[in-house]
Design a protein around this ligand. Structure first.
Ligand SMILES: *[C@@H]1O[C@H](CO)[C@@H](O)[C@H](O)[C@H]1NC(C)=O
Ligand SMILES: *[C@@H]1O[C@H](CO)[C@@H](O)[C@H](O)[C@H]1NC(C)=O
Length: 204
C-alpha cells in the first residue's frame, strides 16, 4: 500500500513539473499581448521580456562557461540602454566597451565562426534594432505609443529575440544539444506571418 502511493505521488510530481515547465517558458507572442500604451512604460516592459527570455534560453543551453559568459555579456550590453541617458556620449562609450566584450564571448564558441557567421550578424541587427527602440521610447515619455511605433517596436523585439535565439540554437547544436524553440513562439519561417505579428493585430 505504502509502496503504491509513493509511486502515484512520484507520477503526479512528474506530471506537475511538465505542466510547470510548459507554462514557465517565455512565449513572445503571449508576452506581446500586454504591450504598453505609453512610451515610458516600454522600457520596463522590454527589459522584463528580455530578462525572462534570456533566463529561459540559458536554462536550455549546455552548462558551459562559454554559454554563461555569453549571457553575462549580453545582459551587460543591454543594461547600457537603461543605465545611461539616451543619445549621450556616455552611452556610445559604454556600448563600444560592452559590444567588444560581447563579441569576444561570441567568438569563444569554438567550432562556429564566432563573430563572423551569418547568425551573428542577425544577432547584432537584433541588438541594434532593440537599442534604437529603447532610446526612442525613452525620449517619448508619457506620450501614447502610435500604431506605427508599436509595429516597429514589436518588430524590434521579434528581431532581437530571433537573433539571439538563432545564434544560440546554432552554437548549442554544435555542442550536441538541440533546443526546442516552438515554446518561445519564434521558430516560424520568415515568409509566414509570425505569431507576434498576429498578436499585434489581435490586440488592436
Ligand atoms: C527586422 O528584421 C527584418 C529582417 O531582417 C528587417 O527587414 C527589419 O527592418 C527589422 N526591423 C527592425 C525594426 O529593425
Ligand atoms: C516566400 O514566399 C514566396 C511567395 O509565396 C515564394 O515565392 C518564396 O519562395 C518563399 N520563400 C521562402 C524562403 O520560402
Amino acid at each position: 500500500m505504502a509502496k503504491n502511493s509513493l509511486a502515484i505521488y512520484l507520477m503526479l510530481l512528474i506530471a506537475l513539473s511538465t505542466v510547470y515547465e510548459t507554462q514557465g517558458t517565455f512565449s513572445l507572442p503571449l508576452y506581446l499581448k500586454n504591450f504598453p500604451k505609453v512610451g515610458q512604460d516600454f522600457e520596463s516592459f522590454a527589459y522584463k521580456g528580455m530578462k525572462d527570455f534570456m533566463g529561459d534560453l540559458e536554462g536550455k543551453c549546455p552548462e558551459t562557461t562559454e554559454f554563461k559568459d555569453f549571457f553575462v555579456k549580453l545582459k551587460d550590453y543591454m543594461a547600457c540602454y537603461s543605465s545611461t541617458s539616451p543619445g549621450s556620449k556616455d552611452l556610445q562609450v559604454e556600448l563600444s566597451i560592452k559590444s567588444e566584450k560581447l563579441y569576444r564571448a561570441m567568438s569563444a564558441f569554438s567550432g562556429t565562426k564566432g563573430g563572423t557567421s551569418e547568425d551573428s550578424w542577425t544577432l547584432v541587427d537584433g541588438l541594434l534594432s532593440m537599442g534604437k527602440s529603447l532610446v526612442e521610447m525613452k525620449k517619448s515619455g508619457s506620450k501614447e505609443i502610435t500604431f506605427e511605433q508599436r509595429k516597429e517596436f514589436i518588430q524590434s523585439m521579434v528581431n532581437w529575440t530571433r537573433g539571439i535565439g538563432l545564434f544560440i540554437k546554432k552554437v548549442s547544436e554544435n555542442k550536441g544539444k538541440s533546443i526546442d524553440f516552438s515554446l518561445f513562439g519564434i521558430d516560424y519561417d520568415t515568409n509566414v506571418s509570425s505569431p507576434s505579428e498576429r498578436a499585434l493585430y489581435e490586440t488592436q
